[in-house]
Design a protein. Structure first.
Length: 396
């Protein structure tokens, strides 16, 4: 199918820009101002002192400063406020801490404790950045025509109805006759963030734009330096918090040690709690063996972490649930797509079968390594996201 890019906000339009203090969001706000838009900067407040019990927040400040969640939030807000004041841009801080703790932090802990591997960034984009934040803007009476962020992605619309792209076997549901807004990959494939955005509803995307979507990161830095932006000298931001702080995050409940076993059930040693492991992990196992061992599976029902060789990590496909589709249109048929099973994975060709019960099966053209339940599988067709869901299990 052919797609057309949705136009960027025109001069005179009211634009709210999600700002973090980094170069991407700062340049986004300035470019929109240069277009003649009426720009308002908005920042989410996520952090509460004491969120990570037992850590020295002052010592952690330097380490976590460039995380989207951490004690460096106040400095980020101060930098955003100073930039907006210099540029004559209105600025608001929206408190979404309660929603973040519920929808991201608690989800993150629950998933790990269930033996799954969560993706907090995908969850945050769906329920916080493009959810609670936008609700917060309405609550303070901030009207806008567009909401823009510094993500590396694009918003497009198909030139044909959705159902037409899936062929004659596709569902005849009325949603298939629409041409909803969809997420497309960015111009910089190395920085592409479309995978993180796949769960945002099409209705929300209608007023969302990504002004950096056709640019490369190198070009963004060059443009920021040309404009003398202080943010151009900042380190790249990192997502969520690094693993060394997970013990503090999980300190609200005691860990339950259990057994490491091999694929045949032979006990190899003791683990410190399943929330400390993910499929494909090699480091930090504390098990001596003649050849390298990896986490091959995590079984909550027996509190067991199963170890295997690298060759044991490959699978032919997967089953997914909790599916999302552009325009809420489930094609209920089989189709070919390029799929990604994690942000850093290379897209692989696969046969996708969408079912009426909301589940989906994926069969890879080539076996894939370390398919982790809890992560997202995302389908791409012609560089545009055609759907995705949460991985439930790998197929042998």
């Amino acid at each position: 199918m052919e797609y057309e890019a949705l136009d960027l906000p025109p001069a005179g339009s009211r634009v709210a820009v999600g700002m973090s203090g980094g170069v991407d969001s700062t340049l986004t706000a300035l470019l929109l101002k240069e277009r003649g838009c009426s720009v308002t900067g908005v920042t989410m407040s996520l952090w509460t002192d004491g969120d990570l019990p037992g850590i020295d927040e002052q010592a952690a400040l330097a380490h976590l400063h460039d995380s989207c969640y951490g004690p460096g939030e106040k400095q980020d807000i101060d930098e955003c406020r100073a930039f907006c004041a210099e540029q004559g841009i209105a600025y608001h801080v929206i408190d979404v801490r309660e929603a973040y703790r519920r929808e991201v932090l608690q989800y993150f802990k629950d998933e790990y404790r269930a033996g799954r591997t969560p993706n907090p960034c995908i969850r945050c984009n769906r329920f916080i950045k493009f959810g609670a934040l936008l609700s917060g803007l309405q609550a303070v009476g901030l009207d806008y025509d567009y909401f823009c962020t510094g993500h590396y992605a694009r918003v497009v619309r198909g030139r044909e109805d959705l159902a037409a792209s899936f062929g004659p076997e596709a569902s005849a549901a009325p949603e298939g006759h629409a041409r909803p807004a969809q997420i497309a990959v960015s111009g910089d494939r190395g920085k592409d963030q479309a995978y993180f955005l796949y769960r945002i509803p099409s209705a929300v995307l209608e007023t969302v734009r990504f002004p950096l979507g056709t640019l490369t990161k190198q070009a963004v830095f060059a443009m920021a330096r040309e404009r003398g932006l202080k943010a151009a000298s900042r380190a790249e931001s990192q997502d969520f918090i690094p693993p060394e702080y997970f013990d503090a995050l999980f300190s609200d409940e005691p860990s339950r040690p259990g057994n490491f076993t091999d694929l045949d059930g032979k006990i190899l040693g003791r683990h410190k709690g399943i929330e400390h492991y993910t499929v494909g992990q090699r480091r930090g196992l504390g098990i001596s063996a003649k050849e390298a061992l990896y986490v091959a599976a995590i079984r909550k029902e027996t509190n067991t972490v199963v170890l295997g060789k690298d060759s044991d990590l490959f699978c032919s496909g997967l089953e997914a649930t909790d599916m999302v589709w552009p325009g809420s249109y489930n094609p209920c048929c089989s189709f070919e797509a390029d799929v990604k099973i994690r942000l850093a994975s290379v897209p692989v060709r696969a046969r996708v079968t969408a079912r009426a019960d909301g589940s989906c099966s994926v069969v890879f053209a080539e076996r894939q390594r370390a398919v982790a339940p809890g992560q997202s599988v995302v389908f791409y067709r012609d560089g545009v996201i055609a759907g995705g869901g949460i991985i439930d299990r790998a197929l042998p």
